[in-house]
Ligand binder design. Sequence first.
Ligand SMILES: *[C@@H]1O[C@H](CO)[C@@H](O)[C@H](O)[C@H]1NC(C)=O
Ligand SMILES: *[C@@H]1O[C@H](CO)[C@@H](O)[C@H](O)[C@H]1NC(C)=O
Length: 428
Amino acid sequence: MQLRSTERQLGCALALCFLALIPWGIPRARALDNGLAITPTMGWLHWERFMCNLDCQEEPDSCISEQLFMQMAELMVSDGWKDAGYEYLCIDDCWMAPQRDSEGRLQADPQRFPGGIRHLANYVHSKGLKLGIYADVGNKTCAGFPGSFGYYDIDAQTFADWGVDLLKFDGCHCDSIQHLTDGYKYMSLALNKTGRSIVYSCEWPLYMSPLKKPNYEEIRQYCNHWRSFADISDSWQSVKSILDWTSSHQERIVHVAGPGGWNDPDMLVIGNFGLSWDQQVTQMALWAIMAAPLLMSNDLRNISPQAKALLQYKDVIAINQDPLGKQGYQLRKASNFEVWERPLADLAWAIAVINRQEIGGPRSYTISIVSLGRGVACNPACHITQLLPVKRELGFYEWTSELKIRINPTGTVLLRVEKRSHTSKSLI
Ligand SMILES: *[C@@H]1O[C@H](CO)[C@@H](O)[C@H](O)[C@H]1NC(C)=O
Ligand SMILES: *[C@@H]1O[C@H](CO)[C@@H](O)[C@H](O)[C@H]1NC(C)=O
C-alpha cells in the first residue's frame, strides 16, 4: 500500500518511537539493596599506574604503601578532585602481608603499611574521602597474596571493623564456576551482615564468561558494579578493544545498568603515557556515555594541567553522573565513524561521534538531526552544545536539519542535546 507523504512521515515517527521501546526498554532488574552507587562510583584506584610495586627501598614514591595513599588523599582534596566528585581512594592488589594473623584475619604488610588499614581509613575519612580495598574470591589474589575462600565472613567483618567503604573483589585462583558464583554471592551477603555500607565491585562476569554466559540480571542483585572485560592498559589498543567489546555486547549489558548497579569498563588511564590527547578525550567522553565508574589510575602528584582539566570537566562528569541512570549505546557505525548516544534526565541526550580512522587528518561527519535520540531528541527542535574536544554553543537545530562536525583521528566530538525551542528557551 502506498502511503501519502504525511502519513508516511507519521508512520516513520511512530516507527522511531517504537524503536525507542526496544531492545533497551526492558525494565531493569532489581539492584543490590545497599543504597550505594546510585550514580557511578568516582575515585582513584592504584592498579594500572602503580601495579604490584613492592620495592620501597628502590622506589619509595611508587611502591604500594600507606605513604602513596596518604599523598593521593591530600591531593584529591587540595587539587579539586574531591570537589569534582572523585570520592573513593582505592587500594588494589598487593597491600597484604603474605600470611593471615593468628586469628585468621588479613593483615596489611607491616613494612609498607606500618599504621595498618584502620589508621589509613581514619586518615582518608578525615579528608572527607572514602577508602576502597581489594580481596579475591579464590584461594589467592591475582598477585599471590591470601585469598578470601573459606574466610568470607571474617574478611567482610575485618574490612567493616577497619572502616573500609568499598571492596574490589577479584576472581583469580578460583577452581570452579560454582565456587566463583557462590563466592561472589556469599561475600555480598557477608558485607551486608556487617551493617557497614560498603560498595561491592565485582569481576564475576569477567571470570565466568569463558565458561558460561553471565546472568547480568542476577549479578546486578549482588554487585554495585561488575567488570566483564580484560584489564585496561595504558594504550589506545586497549581502550578501543573495550569500546568494541561493549558495543558488540550492548544488547545484553546496557539495559541492566542503572542506579545501584553499573557495567564497569575499568579504570580511566587519562594523565599517563600511552594515550594521545584525542584518545584521552575519547576515553572521557565514552566513559560518560557508558555510565562507567570513573576510577582514575594515574599519578596525581604529576599530571598535566590538560589531563587534569579533562578529568575534572564538570559538564562531562554531569553526563556520567546523570540522575536518569541509563547507560548509552552505539547507535551506528559506518565509514570508520561510530555514533553513540545516551538518554539523560529532562529529555536531554548526550551524543558522541568517534573517528576510528587511524590514518590521515580530521574528517567531517554529517549528523542528520532526525536520527538522534531515537527520533525524539530534537522533535521539533533542540539546542546543541559541543562539550569536547572544546566547549562551543552550536545553537538551535530543527528536526529536519543537519549538523556537520570535524573529528580528529581516534578523537571524539561529544555533544549535549537539549530540548529547547528558540522562543521559549525552556523545556518543552
Ligand atoms: C542489607 O540488606 C537489606 C535488604 O536486603 C537492606 O535493607 C540493608 O540496607 C542492607 N544493609 C547494608 C548495610 O547494606
Ligand atoms: C582452594 O583450595 C582447596 C585445596 O586445594 C580446594 O579444595 C578448593 O576448591 C580451592 N578453592 C577455590 C575457590 O579454588
